[in-house]
Design a protein around this ligand. Structure first.
Ligand code: FNR
Length: 350
């Protein structure tokens, strides 16, 4: 488990400093335009951003998606970002709790309830770790941190670029089914930057999954992060696959078309501004998520740095509602949206 710990901090270093978002990768949100309303006939304070999620009510439809845990440095990231999420009434996820499952001494770095008593809190574990530890093991991880729900992450692309990564991706759906029985609508299935498409989403929903985070292409690339650590063939393959994935805008719109309104859909992967998040809501997301920008703001400016970054995001989101004449996220969803270029090509194929 020493390996898990040192890998965690290596990942944090790479994400803090290196180019982990290859420039050619795009969310395709540049292909989405909201339509300006010249006479909104409302006040900024009329905007109600509140949104139900995981049995709680968010004050803004934003999720700081799961990143880390397992080391002292990771614990500080979790506590700072959870505190900021609590202040703004948005949701927060810890990173993979694998390190915690391996060693109880690491549990403290995932504990945030003392600084974030009311936050909508997500635990986190990889699908293939869940296969190994079973439903009871996963339930213990969620209970140990007082989580409202558990995020199950999918990361086949990343695993293939890790020398110690999984090479066998069979048997996933039965595990999801067992977890749905245990967690009900307190289970969220997420990708980690390569996107969940409509076909996988439909199967997940058939099994009873009610929360999906598409986590698409366009932001942090975990293939790229692993490529930076890899040597030889894996470094070469990592370079080749750094831009692999379903762009976030395409995944969001296509999954929303494929599943019913009972599914809470999170859009994430490369969302960097409130305006981009508003576009994600307009094409079908209920909640918009981000990881890297808040992590970097925390690394550079601590709690106040992350607080400011989140404030700008939420104000940008609010402004998009005013300028489209929408008093709520539900109203925004009913407004016209222009979709152009490559995004239209994706949606024609998916
Ligand atoms: C992540 N991400 C992630 N996801 C997950 O489910 N478990 C994890 O342990 C981690 N770890 C992690 C660490 C760091 C430093 C980052 C930046 C990200 C993935 C994250 O939740 C998200 O899906 C992707 O990063 C895409 O969003 P952004 O970063 O482009 O906003």
């Amino acid at each position: 488990d020493e390996i898990t710990g040192s890998r965690k901090d290596a990942h944090l270093d790479l994400c803090a400093k290196e180019e982990v978002q290859p420039v050619q990768n795009s969310t395709l949100f540049e292909c989405v335009r909201l339509v300006h309303c010249a006479m909104p006939e409302m006040a900024v304070e009329d905007v109600d951003l509140s949104t139900p999620f995981l049995g709680k009510r968010l004050r803004a439809p934003v999720l700081i998606t799961g990143m880390t845990g397992g080391t002292e440095r990771a614990g500080k990231v979790n506590r700072d970002l959870a505190l900021v999420a609590e202040r703004h009434g948005v949701a927060f996820g810890v990173g993979s709790q694998r390190a915690m499952a391996e060693s109880a001494a690491r549990a403290a770095s995932y504990q945030v309830r003392d600084v974030a008593p009311t936050v909508a809190l997500l635990g986190n574990i990889g699908l293939y770790q869940a296969v190994q530890m079973g439903v009871d093991g996963v339930r213990r991880l969620a209970d140990a941190i007082g989580a409202d729900a558990m995020a199950l992450h999918l990361n086949a692309g990343q695993e293939l670029t890790q020398p110690e990564g999984d090479r066998d991706f069979r048997g996933g759906y039965p595990v999801v089914e067992a977890l749905v029985k245990a967690f009900g609508d307190r289970l969220l299935v997420k990708e980690t930057g390569c996107g969940i498409g409509p076909e996988v989403a439909r199967r997940l929903v058939e099994l009873g999954v009610r929360n999906i985070d598409v986590s698409g292409l366009g932001g942090t690339s975990w293939v790229r992060v692993e490529q930076l650590r890899a040597t030889g063939m894996l470094a070469q393959l990592g370079a080749e696959y750094s831009s692999w994935g379903i762009p976030t805008a395409a995944a969001t719109a296509a999954v929303r078309r494929a599943v019913g309104p009972e599914v809470r859909l999170v859009a994430s992967g490369g969302l960097r501004t409130g305006l981009e998040m508003a576009k994600a809501l307009a094409i079908g997301a209920d909640v918009a998520g981000a990881a890297l920008p808040l992590f970097r703001a925390q690394q550079e400016g601590g709690v106040e740095g992350a607080d400011q970054a989140l404030r700008v995001i939420i104000e940008g989101l609010r402004q998009a509602l005013v300028l489209t004449g929408s008093k709520s996220c539900a109203e925004l969803r009913r407004k016209p949206v222009v979709m152009t270029g490559e995004l239209k090509d994706w949606l024609a194929a998916l």
